[in-house]
Design a protein around this ligand. Structure first.
Ligand code: SAM
Ligand code: SF4
Ligand code: SF4
Length: 339
């Protein structure tokens, strides 16, 4: 990347990490993300022609890498593996010069079918979401009665295919906080990094309450009492997870504390929804339409300048301001932009 490729926003933050949602559909109905009573059979999911095509995604991604300095792309959803022929997109993205890393966040259920093809297409890493080791609890959380073994099979398939695997666990008080230690033990033994995610007030449908947040401090203290931990340095600037290692061992965990310990100051991420809207914050009310200019006669340079302008004017720091204002605002749904 040339130096000119960096555009700083109003808080002097560069753009390095682009998250692309390839579909708003999902085969799960997690209670904290797509509650079944709202995302029912009549929910107006996006139509085929509203989605950015793989060619459009490749073009936009190339511009993000070459003109804004993006280094890392994460494919997400909804459930990204619901998008047909996804390895074809990965293959196109992996050919973009200057892009260092391609990762994916998935619920894991379809990995046994697709892991090998994804790896061959150039995918390097997957984060697989799993919130419980008990079928009864997990079936309720995912809203579809999917078993824990289904996701464990996905985890094994990804490892076997040679993908680097991390596990994401959303911790919500009253839902699964008693599984923090069993999950930590299980994945320490299995040799996968487990990352705990504080339950967040994304979207408008999960009826979020502050007292349902099980905090980073509580998570760390609970594990530390049983398996002593020590803090370790971030892998790179802007890493969202705070890292800890089990004392005297190599195995580590991470905690993503968007609620109780905000990290907006180093936030270098943008999110592109499946219908081509660019969100400069996970909690944005508004997405900048990139689909219309992408489908117009604009040249790559003109399109790059539209995107640079959006980033240049960014001032988001929602998590740092959370609680300072009583006014609630309408926010984009997590299933639209994928976390
Ligand atoms: N379907 C894929 C999955 O579940 O991994 C990718 C999309 S999902 C929206 C991305 C991540 O966001 C998942 O790890 C999920 O657990 C997390 N997530 C969803 N809603 C959340 C919330 N309200 N608070 C914290 N994390 C949330
Ligand atoms: Fe689907 Fe992922 Fe949301 Fe669960 S968290 S409903 S798997 S998009
Ligand atoms: Fe970035 Fe917005 Fe999250 Fe702050 S609240 S870290 S600006 S996405």
């Amino acid at each position: 990347m040339s130096k000119e490729a960096t555009v700083l926003d109003k808080l002097k933050r560069p753009l390095r990490d682009l998250r692309i949602s390839v579909t708003d559909k999902c085969n799960f109905r997690c209670s904290y993300c797509m509650p079944a009573e709202i995302f029912g059979p009549d929910y107006p999911f996006l139509q085929r022609n509203e989605l950015l095509s793989f060619e459009e995604l490749e073009r936009l991604s190339t511009i993000f890498v070459q003109s804004l300095g993006v280094k890392k792309i994460r494919i997400t959803g909804g459930e990204p593996l619901m998008r047909k022929d996804l390895p074809l997109l990965i293959e196109k993205l992996s050919e973009i010069p200057g892009l260092d890393d391609i990762a994916m966040t998935t619920n894991g259920s379809l990995l046994p079918k697709h892991a090998q093809a994804l790896k061959e297409a150039g995918l390097k890493r997957v984060s697989i979401s799993l919130d419980s080791l008990k079928d009864e609890v997990f079936g309720k959380i995912n809203g579809r009665g999917v078993t824990v073994q289904t996701v464990l099979d996905g985890i094994d398939a990804a490892s076997k295919a040679g993908l680097s695997v991390k596990i994401n666990m959303v911790v919500k008080r009253g839902m699964n906080e008693d599984e923090v230690i069993p999950m930590a033990k299980f994945f320490k033994e299995k040799g996968h990094i487990l990352r705990f995610i504080e339950y967040m007030d994304v979207g408008n449908t999960n009826n979020w309450k502050m007292d349902e947040v099980y905090s980073k401090k509580q998570i760390i203290e609970a594990i530390h009492q049983v398996m002593p931990l020590e803090a370790i340095d971030p892998n790179y600037e802007g890493e969202v997870a705070t890292r800890f290692r089990y004392q005297g061992e190599k195995a580590e965990i991470g905690v993503i504390s968007s609620v109780t310990d905000a990290f907006c100051q180093s936030c270098n991420r943008a999110r592109l929804s499946a219908d081509g809207k660019l969100y400069t914050c996970l909690f944005s009310s508004f997405g900048h339409d990139l689909r219309t200019p992408t489908r117009s006669a604009l040249s790559d340079m003109e399109l790059a300048s539209v995107i640079k302008d959006i980033w240049y004017n960014r001032k988001d720091r929602y998590s740092e301001e959370r609680g300072q204002t009583k006014k609630s605002k309408s926010k984009v749904e997590m299933s639209r932009i994928g976390g």
